[in-house]
Every structure is written in C-alpha cells, then in structure tokens.
Design a binder for this molecule. Structure first.
Ligand SMILES: [Fe+2]
Length: 392
C-alpha cells in the first residue's frame, strides 16, 4: 500500500553539451526584454557571457544585465529590483552558481511585490509572498544547491543578527533549467568539491527524510548513482570531461527536486544558522557536518529496541553500497558509508570549519539555533554540539 504524498511542479529540463546555445531562441519565446543575472567575472573570462549576449542580440532580445557578487543579501536583491522597477521584463535568465540562481529567483519574485525582500523571508518577515513572479530560466555553472529545481531562494545577512533564510513559494520553481556541462568545466576543484558535497548531502538527506516518497526515493537514488562515482573525477582528472560534469550536474538537479519535495535533515538544520554567523561556503559546511550526522543518526536508529526504522537503516545501507560496501549486514554497510564520508573530506580536500573562524564560542548559539528538520531520528543537543566541534 502506497502512502499518500504530494509532489510539486518541476522545471522543464534541457540537459547536454552546447544546450546553452539555444538560450537566445528560448528567451525570445518569452518576449523581447530579459534581465540577465550573472555573478563575478568568471563567466566573462570564460567567453560564455559574450556568446550569450550575441545569441540574445541575434534573436532581437534586449538584455538588462544584473551583477551579483557572493551570496545574495537583502540589499543586493532590493537594489536590483529598485533599478528595474518601472521597466517591462519578460523573463529573468540567471546564469551562474547557486547564489546567482537564488538572486535571479528572488529578483523575479520581488518585481511583483512591494517592499523589501526581508518582509517576505521565512522566520524573518511578517508578510506572505503572493506567488506572482516573472518567469525564470536557470542556467547553473556549478553543480550544487539544485536551486535550478527548487521553490526557494536563499537570502543571507552575515554577522551579528545575521540570518540565512528562504523566500519560498511553489510558483518560484524556475520555468526551465538548462544544464550544459560545458559551462561547469571551468569551476575550480575547491568549488566543484564544495558544491558537489552540498548536492550529495541534499540527496542523502532527502532520501532518508521522514517526508520522503517513492518518487523522491527513486530520484534521490538515481542522483546518487550518477553523482557518487563522478564527483571525485570532476575535481581532478575528469574536470574537463563533459560526461563527468554532466553526471554531477544531473545529480545536483535531482538534489533540488528531492529536497523541494522531501525536505532535508540535521546537516542543513545546522548549516543554515552557521551560514548566518560565518562566511563559510555552504557546501563546505555540509561536507564537514555530514559524516558525523550520518554516524550519529545511524547510531540512534540502531539503539532503538526494537529498531524504530528498518527503512532508514536500509536506506543508509543502500547508500553505503553505492560507495562500494560489500558487507551483508546493513549496519556494516552504514559504517562503511560513514568511513567513506570521512575519507572524502581528505580525498576532495575539504577545509575544516575552523579555517573559517568557527570556534567553540559559536557552539552554544548554533546548538540553540539548529534544527533536526526531517532527519530520520532527531539528534540530541549534545550530539549536535559534537557534530559542530567534530571538524572545528
Ligand atoms: Fe544545501
């Protein structure tokens, strides 16, 4: 008997090398004026920006450029919207990493609202988004957050009183996602590793989530089946290989679809508040927290008498098999998974949390601000504290 579940809309998906070459024609199908949201100069250096602008121009589409540096803050979004207010915009094209895609989604939504984006952020503002939005076409140049497939945009303010919160509505799922692995080949190994570990964490957390469904299970498993063998190569000898980059991009896209429909777990319940107090790449935070979170969650599941959730242990064991576990006993496969996740921190050269200024002075605040989200079993406050300190 299948349990009841609900599945939100997905973007239309175009995946493959050179698919970004169709952007001009696609943009023209929405209208004559686009807002082109891009990040730092990387896309300019790669030559992709000039090719996209030429393509838009060739189809008679006018591009209003909007630059976003780093993770989008409320000020970034509000300023972009103020600059664009009163101008007719047919579509927002966001071409860049997860921060650029989030900025594009937030700008597209706020073009239809009055007031600051802060007013509409979950847990910060008092207003509910209308759900109206300019259509968004998302073109990721890194493979991590899955923002090209999600219904939220993460907005952060770092420092005292800082936050990392979402602007969220079902209608904010981009209309179209274009995954062109050629756009990802210039991402350097540290960026590829951090983004890929964010995607892997999202796939694992959605797969074992208490809100998982058979549909998200199938998608999360397929995402991991592609991403796990490809990610180490994408950070090294396969960096220029579009098949390898495409596998990671596909996994990241599915991480977005599954997190939007099954939710996340304790790693994201800690990484969110951590990103509000420290400038730490989100994927680095996830990568550091993931091994201990899996170890403690499996330990809590195994300690239940009778076991509360054979299903969750079985799911962690299946992930362990994707990492090469050969053991018969599911718990042995889980332990293999934990060992591999710790091993990947060295394999992928993930910096420790302490390198970004995390100290034991932050632990009390983070323990209070953290949540377990949809973890299969909650970790205790003490376990969350140890998880944070594990990789200080
Ligand atoms: Fe994430």
């Amino acid at each position: 008997m299948i349990q009841a579940f609900r599945f939100s809309r997905m973007p239309q998906l175009i995946l493959g090398p050179e698919t970004v070459g169709g952007l001009g024609k696609i943009a023209a199908s929405f209208g004559r004026t686009v807002v082109l949201v891009v990040g730092s100069s990387a896309i300019e250096r790669s030559g992709h920006l000039s090719r996209i602008l030429d393509d838009l121009n060739g189809f008679g589409v006018k591009a209003l450029q909007c630059r976003v540096a780093g993770e989008p803050s409320p000020a970034t979004v509000d300023q972009a919207v103020a600059d664009l207010k009163g101008k007719h915009v047919d579509v927002v094209l966001a071409v860049g990493g997860g921060s650029v895609l989030d900025a594009g989604k937030a700008i597209a939504a706020m073009l239809k609202e009055n007031g600051s984006v802060v007013d509409f952020l979950e847990g910060v503002g008092q207003r509910t988004p209308s759900g109206e939005s300019v259509p968004v076409v998302a073109v990721p140049t890194t493979s991590g957050t899955g923002s090209e497939a999600t219904k939220n945009a993460v907005i952060s303010r770092v420092g005292s009183g800082g936050f990392k919160k979402s602007l969220r509505h079902d209608n904010y799922v981009p209309r179209l996602a274009i995954l062109d692995p050629r756009l990802c080949v210039s991402a350097p190994p540290p960026v590829t590793a951090a983004c890929g570990m964010d995607a892997l964490t999202q796939l694992i957390e959605a797969y074992v989530s208490t809100k998982a469904s058979p549909l998200t299970d199938a998608m999360a498993m397929d995402g991991m089946r592609h991403l796990i063998p490809a990610l180490p190569d994408a950070c090294g000898k396969g960096a220029a290989d579009t098949a390898c980059r495409g596998a990671v991009a596909y996994g990241a896209f599915l991480s977005g679809v599954t997190l939007a429909n099954a939710g996340l777990g304790v790693v994201h319940g800690v990484a969110g508040p951590m990103g509000g107090v420290l400038s730490i790449p989100h994927g680095v935070a996830c990568a550091n927290l993931l091994p201990y979170a899996v170890k403690a969650t499996v330990g809590n599941l195994a300690a239940m008498h009778p076991p509360l959730s054979d299903t969750a242990v079985g799911k962690f064991a299946r992930i362990g098999k994707l990492f090469g576990a050969r053991q018969e006993d599911p718990l042995d496969c889980c332990h293999h998974l934990v060992d591999c996740l710790y091993g990947w921190l060295d394999l992928l050269d993930i910096p420790r949390l302490g390198q970004f200024g995390l100290t034991s002075a932050h632990v009390d605040y983070l323990m209070k601000a953290a949540s377990n989200k949809n973890n299969p079993l909650p970790l205790s406050a003490d376990q969350i504290g140890r998880m944070i300190q594990d990789r200080c």
